[in-house]
Design a protein. Structure first.
Length: 506
């Protein structure tokens, strides 16, 4: 193979990050290691170069994978110490090491031992190449594709972890450390929102969250290089200067690679978020941060006042749920539309305003259990196989378990919805196969709202359906999937529900 020729960097390009993408080459031919490193020696992606690790057998690769949890891509040979060594290692990576992030590119010089069609269907790999077809440019494009996918998965993972912290903070609202959990979740979400645009600085972004009251500054949460440091260690003279400027001006500041977010509450407390590595923020990034910070200020206010969490829960769950959906390229306003459709259905079948509002506030959490589903299943664009579908079905149990221990009325309702929104009127649903009115009305309402909205919008596994096709499907599932009364209400006032859909188009 000839060496790839890359365009020279322009002077205004951002400098290379000290961070790298780790790539493991697992092949028993020394020449393959040498050629791969040579071809990709000048490769960069998002201002980061590659760092190569080498293994000359599947057995040798396992301890490397165990010690390096941040390997982005493995270029894996099939035939090494055995004819199926590479394929066996794929199973170890996914099943034993539980590593669903690393992108696996299978390379073989003997395709007869592992036919492409069979391997792609049977093994959880991300690409399959014959060594003879891996020219300079194809190796380059393969690496770009793998790293882009890895980066998106890491962004989604960070977002899910932030959502978990928010939910935990909500459950433990009266515990001493709930504010710290909430602040940590907010910090994770801001980093995750920025990852939506794929900027490389987010990989190494450092940050902390401060609370200012009459007694001074209190440290709430940290990430990156600020982790495990005291307030005195963090607040250098330079950091103090820019924080004081934000407090005096009562506004957020962007300066070089620093972002200082200012959040004011109604309790004479001021919250400061400080992040470094933000030198390539664009206008869209800044708008996303400002909108998110504005929403978060309401949540901080309610936390400080120790009031009911329902309004905060509604606003945050919708915002964070939409962030996760944008990560997986789903409809960005799905949870909000489901909430509004559920509210209208509840009112039209005669539920009181209080209960209809409760369903509207709780229904955005119907799929919260998906934070526990492996990305290899959650983001799959093809049909799920039986094993994968069984894993996906677990999101109902996970959602119930996350929310069931709360004494808050809205979270109790959300637990019911998360657990029962995939039950079907004829008893063919899951997780318990409930039938008819044995399914809670909250679950029955959300089931109709969820499917109605999902069919009308694009998903990673399908295109949007025309409204006429959706209506026909809902009619067909009357008395099978859906409560007949709810279907009749939906179809009778279909224009109202179509209007809800048009209010939140993506």
């Amino acid at each position: 193979m000839g060496k790839l020729q890359f365009a020279k960097k322009k002077k205004e390009d951002s400098p290379l990050s000290k961070e790298t993408w780790k790539v493991l080459i697992c092949d028993d031919e020394i020449e393959v290691h040498t050629i791969t490193k040579t071809v990709l020696s000048d490769f960069t992606f998002k201002n980061k170069k590659l760092e190569f690790l080498s293994a000359y057998s599947a057995k040798e690769a396992i301890p490397i994978l165990e010690e390096n949890h941040d390997i982005s891509v493995i270029l894996l040979d099939v035939v090494m110490e055995s004819d199926s060594a590479g394929l066996d290692l794929v199973k170890v990576i996914r099943d034993d090491l539980k590593n669903y992030m690393i992108r696996i590119v299978l390379r073989t010089g003997q395709p007869g031992y592992a036919p492409e069609k069979e391997v792609i269907q049977k093994y959880d790999i991300n690409d399959y190449k014959e060594k003879t077809e891996l020219t300079d440019i194809k190796l380059y494009t393969t690496m770009i594709s793998a790293l882009r996918s890895y980066k998106d998965l890491k962004a989604l993972d960070r977002s899910k972890k932030g959502l978990e912290k928010i939910i935990q903070a909500t459950r433990n609202i009266y515990e001493k450390n709930s504010l710290k959990l909430f602040a940590s979740g907010v910090l994770s979400q801001i980093i995750s929102i920025l990852k939506l645009n794929g900027h490389s600085f987010l990989i190494t972004a450092d940050g902390f969250s401060l609370e200012k009251d009459t007694k001074g500054l209190n440290l709430l949460a940290t990430t990156g290089n600020y982790s495990n440091k005291s307030l005195d260690q963090i607040l250098t003279s330079e950091v103090k200067e820019i924080i004081n400027e934000a407090i005096e001006k009562k506004e957020s500041i962007y300066l070089n690679d620093i972002y200082v977010g200012y959040i004011q509450t109604d309790t004479n407390k001021q919250n400061i978020i400080y992040m470094t590595g933000c030198d390539t923020l664009n206008r869209l990034d800044r708008n996303l941060i400002d909108i998110f910070s504005s929403n978060v200020s309401t949540a901080f206010n309610n936390l400080y006042l120790n009031k009911e969490i329902i309004d905060t829960q509604k606003e945050l769950i919708e915002t964070l749920g939409e962030t996760v959906e944008r990560r997986s390229k789903e409809a960005s306003h799905h949870v909000r539309r489901v909430a509004n459709i559920s509210y209208e259905l509840a009112k039209k079948i005669g539920l009181e305003e209080k209960e209809a509002t409760l369903i509207r506030n709780a229904s955005p959490m119907h799929d919260v259990g998906k934070i526990g589903i492996p990305d290899s299943v959650l983001l799959k664009t093809d049909n799920l196989n039986d094993e994968e579908f069984q894993k996906m079905k677990q999101h109902t149990n996970i959602g119930r378990d996350i929310l069931a221990h709360s004494q808050k009325e809205v979270l109790k309702a959300a637990s019911i919805i998360a657990y029962e929104h995939h039950e079907k009127w004829d008893g063919s649903g899951y997780p318990r196969g409930l039938k008819g009115e044995d399914i809670h009305i909250y679950g029955r309402i959300t089931a109709v709202a969820d499917v109605f909205d999902a069919l009308l919008h694009k998903r990673c596994y399908k295109d949007p359906w025309p409204i006429d096709d959706v209506v026909e499907y809902i009619k067909l599932e009357r008395g099978r999937h859906f409560d007949p009364e709810l279907v009749d209400v939906l179809l009778k006032d279909i224009e109202i529900f179509k209007a809800i859909e048009s209010d939140g188009e993506d």
